[in-house]
Unconditional design. Structure first.
Length: 250
């Protein structure tokens, strides 16, 4: 199984792109064939990378390759009409990103597909450290976890910061007790203006603080386990949107 690398589009400087660029047609064909054989998921971005679908590489030929169409006919039409598409996948734990144009709707073994020519080049992007976004209390971002001892069986825990790799939680209530090394499945985070994601958390650290007599606050560092690709993309979109708002509040 491939490492949980977010299938988000990387914004690369000219220097960064030159360092990770592969232009050999033979290498490009080999990498795409590897992605197909691994059954790796592919994020296909269109409409100026404003939207995407999850797909996979069905087969690789001598001059191009086929990817499966999505289940939404309207989205498939928009993809077919796009002049430029960006695809992101993973091979041997390294992110693969490239852009193509002039695609065709062309069935592969009677399966609805898009046929795409090989890109002029692609980028092999080594995984970078996740950017961790601090969440102001006013944002009210919460992680809903079923681990609580409350009657409803769920509790909302405030999120202090979040990244593509995990979250840091903060709580004062005694209704829940996080244990280092334990995994909590079935958690949910509602990302404003982006959507809800379902996550499994593994607790990596628990720190207790006493800001005032009689009050105990716990800080819990959690790692996302097996975050699915769609949730990963939505999470990265939320982080990017929040960064943009902080840099340009207007």
């Amino acid at each position: 199984m491939q490492e949980n690398v977010p299938l988000t589009v990387e914004r690369l400087s000219d220097r960064q792109e030159s360092e990770c660029r592969i232009s050999s047609a033979r290498q490009i064909q080999s990498l795409l064939r590897g992605i197909a054989e691994d059954g790796a998921r592919v994020a296909l971005y269109y409409d100026g990378i404003k939207d995407f679908i999850m797909t996979s590489v069905l087969d690789v030929g001598e001059k191009g390759f086929w990817v499966e169409q999505g289940t939404d006919a309207a989205k498939n039409r928009r993809i077919a009409e796009s002049k430029r598409l960006t695809l992101v996948s993973v091979h041997n734990h390294v992110k693969i990103q490239f852009s193509v144009g002039a695609i065709r709707e062309l069935a592969h073994q009677n399966y609805p597909a898009f046929y795409m020519p090989f890109p002029a080049h692609l980028c092999r992007i080594q995984r970078r450290e996740y950017f961790r976004l601090s969440i102001p209390l006013s944002e009210h971002l919460r992680c809903v976890t079923p681990a609580g001892q409350v009657e409803a069986g769920k509790i909302e825990v405030p999120i202090m910061d979040i990244s593509g790799g995990g979250v840091r939680l903060s709580y004062a209530e005694e209704a829940i007790e996080f244990v280092i090394g334990q995994t909590y499945a079935g958690c949910q985070i509602d990302l404003p203006e982006v959507g809800k994601i379902n996550v499994t958390l593994m607790v990596k650290s628990v720190v207790s603080m006493s800001p005032k007599p009689g009050q105990t606050i716990r800080r819990v560092g959690c790692e996302f386990k097996n975050l699915d690709n769609v949730s990963s993309v939505l999470l990265q979109r939320y982080v990017t949107n929040m960064q943009r708002l902080k840099n340009d509040p207007q």
